[in-house]
Structures are given as C-alpha cells and as structure tokens.
Design a binder for this molecule. Structure first.
Ligand code: SF4
Ligand code: SF4
Length: 257
C-alpha cells in the first residue's frame, strides 16, 4: 500500500540478482550474525518457548485508526503517509457489485464521508500489517540475510546489515514494507518485538478500544489467540501464495485481499 513504485520488471529484477550474487557470497556469514543478534537470551527470555501470532476480528474493527497512530508513536515511524508499519483499510461494497478500498494516511485521521454515487451495501474495516509469514518471500530474497526469522517466529530486519536494495519490498505480496528515509533500510512491523519479549502487548493491540486485535502464541492453551482461532471462521490474506501468514482474520470474506 505504501510503496507506490511500479513493480520491478522481472528481467530487471533477475539482472539485479545476478549482479548481487558475488556480494551474496561474501556476505553470507553475516546472515548468521544477524540471527544471533536477536535470538540471544536476555533476562531469562528463551525464544524457543514462544511462537507469536496475531488475530484480527474484522467484525470488531470500527476504523478509529488508533492502532496505526500508536504504532507510529511507539516505533518512531516517520509521520508521512507513505511510511506505516500497520494501517487500516476501509472496504466499501456497493449494490452494483463494485468494491472500493481506501486508507487515507493509514486510517489515522479517520475516513471521509462516502459519496452518493450508488447505494452502499456494506462497509467494513480491515487492519493490515506484516503477516510474519512462516514461508516469507522477503526472507528468501534478501541477498545479505538482513531480513530473517527469529526463533520465536517474528520476521525482522537487522538494519546494520540491510543494504537498501529493495528486493524484499518488491517480494512482499502484502505491501508491508517500505524503505525508511534517512537510514535507507527496509522497515516494517516487528510485532513490537522490544515489547513482547518483556511480556507486553504490541502497541496496536494495547490501544485498540474494541479488542479487534488479538495477540498471542500459537499452540499455548491459555493464549487468547487459541480461543480466537477456535471460535471463529479464520482466513489469512492471499492464501493461494503459500506464504503461511501468521496474522489470522475473522470475518474476512472473499472481498478482502
Ligand atoms: Fe515478509 Fe511481507 Fe510476509 Fe511480512 S508480510 S513476512 S514483509 S512477505
Ligand atoms: Fe535485505 Fe531488503 Fe535490506 Fe535488501 S532492502 S538487504 S533485501 S532487507
């Protein structure tokens, strides 16, 4: 959503890959270094005992945008609309069958009144973010291992190693990444990794006034995520891509993409 640049033509992409290959070989040892950086134990935290995921209940989202605003503040995301780690989309389904999606400033400032061009059948809001895919294309294409998956299942970018080549931004089918200005490194949602390692909720989950965002751990009986998945009809975004997203949606019908 945020990266409006046209997709890189496949031939150009492959050419870039070929040019990057020698670089890849010399930098491959960095990959392991990046993973260790975030997987090491601090204050008794053992990443092997955790597996994080998020639920989004579309029935409960009122489109207030507090989650997107809280994320910007918590993670010092630049204020411009093209930079956001999470955002809220409004879906407007009209009787004629047409569906329009908008997300002005990620939903932080609310949504404009609907026009009168056709009868509105229904509207709903869909919060989006990085899906922390178990089979993540962004991890697969990163030539220097700067994008990696932690042992507790979170996809992160180690900015010390990111060379800003944008391959991951092109590869993410969910538009979840952007190139941070000034630092010129890839950036995206981290599930507020600095918070969850201390047992806190991600900022977006904490501020949601309706409980539309549910955070928890996969496979843990006491986790609210387990109840959410058990008692709702769950889908993930773009299931046909086999990315194995770990953001689970309740109430997302075929319109949501
Ligand atoms: Fe990577 Fe995009 Fe999946 Fe996040 S949603 S893990 S950025 S492919
Ligand atoms: Fe890896 Fe993406 Fe950074 Fe390139 S821009 S090094 S692909 S994380």
């Amino acid at each position: 959503m945020k990266d409006n640049k046209p997709a890189m033509p496949r031939r150009e992409f492959m050419g870039n890959c070929a040019r990057t290959l020698p670089f890849l070989v010399t930098m491959c040892s960095i990959s392991g270094a990046a993973e260790k950086l975030f997987a090491q134990d601090d204050n008794g935290y053992d990443p092997e005992n955790h597996s994080y995921a998020m639920g989004v209940d579309i029935h409960k989202c009122i489109g207030c945008g507090r989650c997107a605003a809280a994320c910007k503040e918590e993670n010092k995301v630049p204020p411009e609309p093209e930079y956001c780690r999470t955002w809220v989309e409004r879906y407007v389904v009209r009787e004629e069958g047409e569906t329009k999606v908008d997300s002005p400033n990620g939903g932080i400032d609310g949504f404009p009144e609907l026009g009168t061009d056709g009868d509105v059948l229904r509207t709903f809001f869909v919060p989006k973010l990085c899906n922390h895919c178990a089979n993540a294309p962004c991890v697969q294409v990163c030539p220097v291992g700067a994008t990696f998956t932690t042992r507790d299942g979170v996809v992160l970018v180690d900015e010390k190693y990111c060379v800003g080549c944008r391959y991951c931004i092109q590869a993410c089918p969910y538009g979840a990444r952007y190139l941070a200005p000034v630092k010129t490194v890839a950036d995206k949602c981290t599930f507020c990794y600095h918070r969850i390692r201390k047992g806190l909720l991600p900022a977006c989950v904490e501020v949601c006034p309706t409980g539309a965002r549910i955070f928890g751990e996969e496979g843990k009986r006491a986790s609210p995520l387990r109840r959410f998945r058990r008692f709702n009809d769950i889908t993930v975004l773009k299931p046909g891509l086999n990315t194995e997203p770990k953001v689970y949606y309740a109430g997302a019908d075929g319109e949501v993409r």
